[in-house]
Design a protein around this ligand. Structure first.
Ligand code: AMP
Ligand code: ZN
Length: 473
């Protein structure tokens, strides 16, 4: 399997540190609001990559954090007059609901930054002891970027160029004087508390950690000092991931992540979708118009390293594409229930070979840097072949196998092909309520039509003294 590695700036063979195992860390969201569909892109693409690794037989330890202490969380808490904890807890719960809707597997561990402060303090102390960090007068601890010779290796930036660019910029806008940092690119590991902010005791001052140290520590605690893959959106390459490398490698004395994967942006009108620009839709907004599977399918219709523009047309075409697959599965189900012939047909062997060829095509696409766009094209070819090959005379074994094969590929993409019982329950309840309303309005034709529709879904109604009851046939 090949993946594009940002560190080496090319596609490379994936060779895990330990055979058959993958340790993967994906930077998670800052929880101060409902997540937007830009945040959903890394969740969906790296969940899909994880599913494919599992399909290939790897044992994947997948860690994704929630950043639950941050200026934006504190601001939201102050605006509402509640604690930061209340805000972060609420939005973690909401985020988990959205993730379930998008069929994103829960991570092996979802650590919370606020639960790992002790480990962060230890790591910062190690960096100070080794000369990689220094304490300013007010108790702020900074990372000394000049002390880490590889600084810039991930983002392919050179510290001299960065610093001279920064100097010119400041001269141009006539900013004079420097703060307490040795270099403008030195970054905060620990900062003093301000009035009304959450804080923890530390050897330097009461305060809280910087964002970058959180991921270095959580990755180390749950995956170890060396991991296989670290991932996130492209905006995290610099400075977040660059800084994580500087911290982890300086503190632990070993290479940090073997591979770095980054998804491109989800754009809207050619601009990055972001909360600060205000040009975003939340996952919750989308769920009011579409099943979130459509959103998932839309995200996977492009390669994860290509920018993707969000539009109604593309969502509609994702819906049509997804329906084509789901319709084929329900046709197969229909034939399994109602087909008459149980003997193998003359062309079934050949047709099965054709199906297997499309499965290989799917795998080739996924092996080539998780190319979900081409993988979906292979599924469509499989669907077309199934539609042509199967009819009511097909043998049960043949239909069953084709269905299993199609479902196996859909599983890798996280597409659910069977209707979930609970969503079906909601649909049934809504139809029953509509039937009651029709009866009340003396529209008995409509009421009967609904009873018949429910019956076709194998739902039997009983009008009892306590009200309408229903059960499955
Ligand atoms: P944040 O909550 O801003 O730290 O973002 C959480 C994750 O979402 C990070 O991996 C970001 O890179 C990613 N992300 C944020 N906005 C977008 C976007 N418009 N397109 C793709 N990924 C994004
Ligand atoms: Zn991170």
């Amino acid at each position: 399997m090949r993946i594009y590695d940002t560190l080496r700036a090319r596609k490379v063979d994936l060779k895990p540190l330990e055979e058959g195992k993958i340790k993967m860390y994906v930077c998670g969201p800052t929880v101060y609001n409902l997540i937007h569909i830009g945040n959903a892109r890394p969740m969906i693409v790296f969940d899909t990559f994880r599913r494919y690794l599992e399909y290939k037989g790897y044992d994947v330890n997948y860690v994704s954090n929630f950043t639950d202490v941050d200026d934006k969380i504190i601001k939201a808490a102050n605006e509402e007059g509640v604690t930061s904890e209340e805000i972060s807890k609420r939005y973690i719960e909401e985020c988990k609901k959205d993730m379930a809707g998008m069929n994103i597997k829960p991570a092996t561990t979802h650590p919370l930054a606020t639960q790992e402060i002790g480990g962060m303090i230890d790591m910062i102390q190690t960096l100070i002891d080794k000369g990689y960090a220094y304490v300013a007068e007010d108790g702020t601890v900074y990372y000394r970027v000049r002390s880490f010779k590889d600084y810039g290796k991930l983002s392919h930036k050179n510290l001299d160029d960065l610093e001279s660019g920064h100097r010119k910029e400041r001269e141009a806008i006539k900013v004079t004087g420097e703060d307490s940092k040795e270099s403008p690119f030195d970054f905060v590991l620990w900062k003093p508390k301000k009035e009304g902010e959450p804080y923890w005791d530390s050897p330097w001052c009461q305060g809280r950690p910087g964002w970058h140290i959180e991921c270095s520590e959580m990755s180390k605690k749950y995956l170890g000092e060396q991991i296989d893959i670290h991932a996130g959106g492209v905006d995290l390459i610099f400075p977040h991931h660059e800084n994580e490398i500087a911290q982890s490698e300086a503190a632990n004395g070993v290479p940090f992540a073997k591979y770095w994967m980054h998804n491109a942006f989800l754009n809207i009108n050619g601009e990055k979708m972001s909360k600060s620009l205000g040009n975003f839709f939340t996952v919750r907004d989308i769920s009011e118009h579409y099943d979130l599977q459509v959103l998932r399918f839309f995200m996977l219709s492009a390669h994860y390293r290509s920018p993707l523009n969000f539009s109604d047309e593309l969502m509609e075409s994702a819906k049509t594409g997804l329906d084509r697959i789901l319709n084929t599965v329900s046709n197969l189900d229909f034939i399994l229930k109602n087909g008459t012939n149980r003997a193998e047909g003359p062309l079934e062997g050949e047709d099965m070979d054709l199906a297997d060829a499309y499965i290989r095509k799917f795998e080739d696409a996924m092996d080539d840097d998780c190319n979900t766009a081409d993988a979906i094209a292979a599924i469509f070819e499989l669907v077309r072949a199934i539609n042509a090959a199967v009819n009511e005379d097909s043998s049960i074994a043949f239909v069953k196998q084709l269905k299993e094969k199609l479902q196996m590929l859909c599983d890798v993409l996280g597409i659910v092909t069977e209707k979930k019982e609970e969503s079906l329950d909601e649909e049934v309840e809504a139809l029953i309520a509509e039937r009651q309303a029709a009866r009340k309005a003396k529209d008995f034709a409509r009421a009967d039509a609904i009873r018949a529709q429910l019956l076709s879904m194998d739902i039997v109604l009983e009008d009892t003294r306590e009200g309408v009851k229903w059960h499955r046939k």
